[in-house]
Write a protein that binds this ligand. Structure first.
Ligand code: ACG
Length: 588
């Protein structure tokens, strides 16, 4: 589909242009790429992966005793500290079950930045000296890869830090070649940003030279465009030199630093068209070029976009631009289902995702660094949290865990409270640092930490470990196709995952036999005895025996799959305990 074809698609979705017609998400680029459902199911290594999102500043400060150096014990997380904790994440031995077992890391911005969060990048070719040197980063990458852990970086294309030399030059000299790498206006336009925010800033304001308010119609500029803040000027992707410079930086980390891919920050705002500041045709066109560049730099590079919007706005990015995007609506549905003990919402949203997006080509998560932590949304209810984790880790798509989620860390806005230090032990500084932490651990850190929760068999941490290892032991749970099952009880969420390597394209086909797994969750807080699972068609065939893999439930009733794999009132287990999931491998 050409850019013009995308025009109608994208223009219809921009929320700043309410008059535009609603786009037809069915006309999605991925549908015209000639790949079968089976081929999409395992489009790359990421469909075998479980990801873990790390805010480097808060993960682990190097211990002076273990990793001596100028940054050890300074209260700020760093690369050497992360190396100390890689075995917690994945010790590289697939037989071990005491590690978390994650196989992908998303590092939030690691580049030099004047801000604590790093989303104002001051140099795309270096790492934040507070986290270590490029050699420290390389040592980390080597240790991660040694353990079979892939690493993607947070790629902030939309804007840069006002301290970046490009913007400094552009601000100082209107004739500078960098001037047009940014977006300027002599008169402030009438319109605001997508969430009604100020987006035009008077030149000099970021440097503190002027704090005079900016109003539409002002002409005492010049003014520059920054959709997020005065310190984060947007880059002008209509300028070829700017585009080329950013694409060169994208290639650098893939080709020279062995990075495995990117999470693309704020990507729906990349190219503005007048007051259209999201999902524009120019953004999609630029991303089609970006796709060609990163895949040529590294054919198996993985990208996941942050398009914080309803599913239909995500669809036009997937396939020929980005490999995947985060599925925000699914995250809300899983949290609602865990909180309310009702499956309706998560069934409806998972069904919508199965229809609109390519099989398994989306990120599933519970909450990220911008949002109230999931345990806070669930009001600290451990049983509800366990069900949320189960839906996250046993469902289709690429699962992402936000660091500390596995400890049940809580947190709400403002943002720094969502990004407090990881809690490793009951030692001072919660085992995060031997010095004064840049931000305080959460109240209760003395008992809510990796060491303490590792010792508690039924802890959330051990539940995450079991769920991750179960997912990774099962091709069906990792990359299988998904068939939703009807249950005659609102508390039951059930589906079949089915993986058959023979159905995959020959290239990269994994070994192993076909596998079918039935997942049944009683989300409610009452046991359920009377129920039946039904579906008109599924990959199940013939007479099947069941073996339960997660909850330790006893005998599983055998079942005979009907015509086309139909089930009619199947009751695998006589009694579904409250807030409990059952994972049943069905074999002939
Ligand atoms: C990214 C990063 C974030 C970072 C920046 C700037 C961008 O994750 O950490 O902030 O580099 C918008 C952007 C996102 C952006 C957030 C912060 N996140 O689209 O890219 O703002 C609506 C809008 C979204 C909007 C969201 C939150 O549609 O576009 O995100 O609100 O404002 C349903 C609806 C959905 C709606 C949500 C929430 O899902 O479907 O449309 O989203 O409800 O209402 C960095 C720092 C921050 C700092 C900032 C300036 O991390 O701390 O404040 O820079």
């Amino acid at each position: 589909m050409g850019v013009l074809g995308l025009a109608g698609l994208a223009l219809g979705q921009a929320t700043t242009n309410p008059t535009a017609p609603k786009a037809d998400a069915k006309a999605a680029p991925w549908r015209s790429m000639g790949k079968s459902d089976a081929a999409w199911q395992r489009a790359g290594w990421w469909n075998d992966a479980v990801f873990y999102q790390i805010f480097v500043r808060s993960f682990k400060d190097a211990d002076p005793a273990r990793s001596p150096g100028p940054l050890a014990g300074d209260g700020i997380g760093d690369f050497r500290g992360m190396i100390e904790k890689l075995d917690y994440l994945n010790d590289g031995n697939p037989e071990t079950t005491t590690d978390l077992g994650v196989t992908g890391l998303w590092l939030m911005p690691i580049h030099p930045s004047p801000g604590y969060h790093g989303y104002e990048v001051a140099d795309f070719y270096d790492v934040n000296p507070q986290f270590g040197s490029m050699d420290d980063f390389r040592a980390f990458m080597k240790e991660a890869h040694k353990r079979g852990i892939r690493v993607i970086l947070d790629l902030v294309l939309n804007h840069i830090s006002y301290t970046h030399p490009w913007f400094q030059e552009a601000s100082k000299d209107p004739k500078s070649k960098y001037r047009d790498w940014f977006i300027w206006a002599d008169k402030v336009p009438e319109w605001k940003g997508p969430w009604n925010q100020q987006v035009w800033w008077r030149q000099g304001s970021a440097l503190g030279q002027t704090l005079k308010p900016v109003n539409p119609g002002d002409t005492d500029g010049p003014f520059y465009y920054g959709i997020f803040y005065l310190s984060m000027p947007d880059i002008n992707y209509r300028n070829e030199q700017a585009s080329r410079a950013m694409l060169d930086a994208v290639r650098f980390w893939l080709e020279k630093e062995n990075v495995d891919g990117y999470r693309l920050d704020a990507i729906r705002h990349l190219v503005e068209t007048g007051n259209l500041q999201e999902n524009t045709p120019e953004t999609h066109a630029w991303l089609q070029r970006f796709h060609k560049e990163y895949k040529s730099a590294r054919p198996d590079a993985f990208t996941i976009g942050e398009v914080w919007a309803p599913t239909d706005q995500i669809v036009p990015y997937v396939g020929d631009q980005l490999d995947t995007c985060f599925e925000f609506d699914l995250s809300y549905a899983m949290i609602d289902a865990a909180r309310d003990g009702k499956a309706e919402r998560v069934i409806a949203q998972q069904k919508r995702v199965l229809e609109l997006l390519p099989q398994n080509q989306y990120g599933r998560f519970l909450s990220n660094h911008d949002q109230t932590r999931v345990m806070t949304s669930l009001k600290g209810d451990p049983a509800a949290m366990r069900m949320a984790a189960t839906m996250l880790l046993l469902g289709p798509g690429v699962p992402f865990i936000y660091y500390g989620e596995e400890l049940g860390l809580m947190g709400d806005k403002p943002d720094p409270n969502l990004r407090t230090p990881m809690q490793w032990s009951g030692q001072p500084g919660a085992g995060f640092t031997t010095g004064k932490p840049w931000s305080e651990p959460q109240p209760g850190w003395e008992s809510q930490n990796v060491e303490a929760l590792s010792r508690a068999p039924r802890s959330l941490l051990n539940e995450y470990r079991a769920l991750i290892h179960l997912r990774r032991s099962s091709p069906a749970l990792s990359w299988g196709g998904t068939t939703l099952i009807e249950a005659n009880r609102p508390e039951i969420y059930a589906y079949i995952r089915h993986a058959d390597p023979a159905e995959l394209p020959a290239e990269g086909r994994p070994a192993g036999a076909a596998e079918s797994v039935l997942v049944v969750m009683n989300l409610g807080n009452q046991p359920i005895g009377e129920y039946g699972l039904s579906v008109g068609g599924s990959p199940l065939r013939g007479d099947l025996r069941g073996q339960e893999l997660l909850s330790g439930a006893g005998a599983i009733a055998p079942v005979k799959a009907g015509e086309k794999g139909a089930l009619d009132g199947y009751r695998p287990i006589p009694r579904l305990e409250p807030r409990t999931a059952y994972v049943i491998r069905l074999t002939r």
